[in-house]
Design a protein around this ligand. Structure first.
Ligand code: G
Ligand code: G
Ligand code: MN
Ligand code: NA
Length: 254
């Protein structure tokens, strides 16, 4: 309750920050983007991870203004990096299911792009399988509008939701993000390898790009490469880091 009360003022006190985690293309070995991840710089508790406050934010509805801020901040930062010549980086922003189910996610995104001047084709929105499961016509429509803006859509934590695969065809998606639980078991669990291989094949058959999350070891990277995975992100390359550290990392990686 304490934390929830404090969260109310946290936006105006500018206590939220975005961290970024590099995403690497396995063919070129270049950084192609970054996932924007929310952090709360709490005056007493220090840097808080989403796991410790997102639940509260969703319950209270504060997730809506917080995520609006997160989207705008990520677009603003993306535009700055582009102006600085850091390259055409794609920035991926997580959208909460609540945000997506509300009407007007398109105007939220349009406004963020307009006020920041960020290139729409450089913005990616990550949605969870849960959002897609409703088979909701309104959501399909919203996604088509987002896509018509040039924004891309990816499915986060793929493979962990309910395994109704029919939805994948119905939505204008660009990318599947293999959940890190499968990647972590790659070396020691044959079924994890089978699942990863299946997701990569499925994605490619449906003309989707496939990114593997949570890559921590060289051996995982080698397996993903040989299985034809398109992109990776994980501690092996970098943890999520503050914006200035991310820019430095990208320059050093070139
Ligand atoms: O770093 P990690 O602890 O950063 O993030 C954990 C989870 O928190 C992510 O998988 C993601 O689902 C969620 N998350 C991170 N940033 C955001 C954000 O800006 N908005 C929403 N809705 N979820 C986020
Ligand atoms: O949106 P989502 O669940 O995918 O956010 C990614 C989460 O995964 C964040 O909490 C991020 O900090 C975490 N993460 C990113 N790379 C790794 C990794 O290599 N290992 C582990 N254990 N977690 C990671
Ligand atoms: Mn994500
Ligand atoms: Na994930």
């Amino acid at each position: 309750a304490q934390l929830q009360a404090e969260m109310r003022g946290a936006l105006t006190r500018r206590e939220f920050v975005m961290f970024y985690q590099p995403q690497i293309d396995l063919r070129s070995n270049k950084v192609v983007g970054g996932e924007a991840l929310l952090r709360w710089q709490h005056p007493q508790h220090g840097l808080l991870m989403p796991a410790s406050f997102l639940g509260l934010a969703e319950e209270s509805g504060l997730i809506v203004p917080i995520n609006e801020w997160a989207l705008n901040e990520a677009c603003r930062q993306g535009a700055v990096w582009e102006a600085e010549g850091l390259g055409e980086l794609r920035i991926a922003v997580n959208l909460s299911p609540i945000q997506f189910r509300r009407q007007g996610v398109e105007s939220l995104v349009k406004d963020a792009l307009r006020t920041t001047g960020f290139r729409p084709t450089s913005l990616e929105l990550e949605v969870t399988e849960g959002i897609l499961l409703g088979h909701d016509e309104q959501i399909v429509t919203q996604m088509h509008v987002l896509r018509s803006l040039g924004v891309t859509l990816s499915v986060d934590d793929f493979g962990t939701g309910y395994s109704s695969l029919s939805y994948i065809r119905r939505f204008p998606l660009h990318r599947l993000k293999i959940d890190r639980s499968f990647v972590q078991d790659l070396g020691n669990d044959p079924s994890a390898l089978a699942i990863v291989r299946t997701i990569i094949d499925l994605g490619h058959i449906l003309h989707l790009q496939v990114l593997a999350e949570g890559v921590e070891e060289e051996s995982q990277l080698a397996l993903l490469r040989s299985e034809g995975c398109d992109e990776v992100q994980g501690y092996y390359f970098s943890r999520p880091i503050p914006a200035d550290a991310f820019a430095t990392w990208v320059r050093a990686h070139e």
